[in-house]
Design a protein around this ligand. Structure first.
Ligand code: NAD
Length: 252
């Protein structure tokens, strides 16, 4: 076990699977006291099989202010990783009001709520690292068929920069992460859905892989390594930035 996050308390939303889960495990392996939360308690409870005593799990619905307030107060985190988010497919003509509302609530508003709840404790201690999940799709690169998603993830960059600039002199850092395509359960669902549209799952998979010049998608663990870096004091001079980790998608 490493020591890079020893003595720190980390709260993670959407930790039952994918990047959130990998990040909970990676932070626990670096010595943090981790509060891994999700709405899917069945999936979340499987994290117990990792046998990491420093992971505590509980239900936190990022769409529900009361649930957020209670969860943040229970964790009183030094590190807040806002990972919850949902990917809608389609262009602006496909977008409907309800889906737009849902995405803005889950992908953006939930971060305002968790940050508002966590900041007072961080300010009292004079330190804190907030990490928000954005995406390469949005403000970094315009991805086809990701109108609602890209709009919401671009908003996360603005939210991140705003928080970073307002609290930079009080020991608080706020960064966001912009991954390319990452292997996760919901990504597998998206491949299946596109495969049904195209009549070939292999073709769908090839399209997702082709976005990354490296010729593959990321593992959740590769993103978790960046989360640990941003959470730790190693990144003490970094705030207000979108950190792109996309296999070269936007870097050509
Ligand atoms: P995922 O989409 O497979 O899992 C999402 C998790 O969010 C699930 O465990 C689900 O139960 C939880 N969740 C759903 N609604 C919730 C709510 N209201 N409150 C709390 N938790 C809730 O995981 P993933 O693909 O690793 O995505 C995680 C984050 O990373 C998302 O914000 C996503 O937009 C972002 N992201 C993913 C990719 C990718 O290719 N997978 C790329 C860039 C960014």
């Amino acid at each position: 076990m490493g020591q890079r996050l020893k003595g720190k308390r980390a709260l993670i939303t959407a930790a039952a699977q994918g990047i959130g889960r990998a990040s909970a495990i990676a932070m626990a392996n670096e010595g943090a006291k981790v509060f891994a939360t999700d709405v899917n308690m069945d999936a979340l409870s499987t994290i117990r099989s990792e046998n990491l005593e420093n992971i505590e799990i509980f239900e936190l619905n990022a769409l529900d202010k009361k649930s957020v307030d209670e969860g943040v107060s229970r964790a009183d985190p030094d590190i807040l990783f806002n990972c919850a988010g949902f990917v809608h497919s389609g262009n602006v003509l496909d977008a409907d009001e309800e889906e737009f509302e849902f995405a803005m609530n889950l992908n953006v508003r939930s971060m305002m709520r968790t940050i508002k709840a966590a900041l007072p404790g961080m300010l009292k201690r004079g330190s804190g690292s907030i990490i928000n999940m954005s995406s390469a799709a949005g403000s970094i690169i315009g991805a086809p068929n990701r109108f609602i998603y890209g709009t919401s993830k671009a908003a996360v960059v603005g939210l991140t920069k705003s928080v970073a600039s307002d609290f930079v002199s009080q020991g608080i850092r706020c960064n966001c992460i912009c991954p390319g395509t990452v292997e996760s359960p919901s990504w597998h669902d998206r491949v299946t859905a596109l495969g049904q549209e195209l009549g070939s799952r292999d073709e769908a998979l090839a399209q997702f892989v082709a976005r990354q010049p490296m010729g593959r998608v990321a593992t959740a663990e590769e993103i978790a390594a960046l989360v640990v870096y941003l959470a730790s004091d190693e990144s003490a001079f970094t705030t207000g930035h979108p950190h792109v980790i996309d296999g070269g998608w936007s870097g050509q």
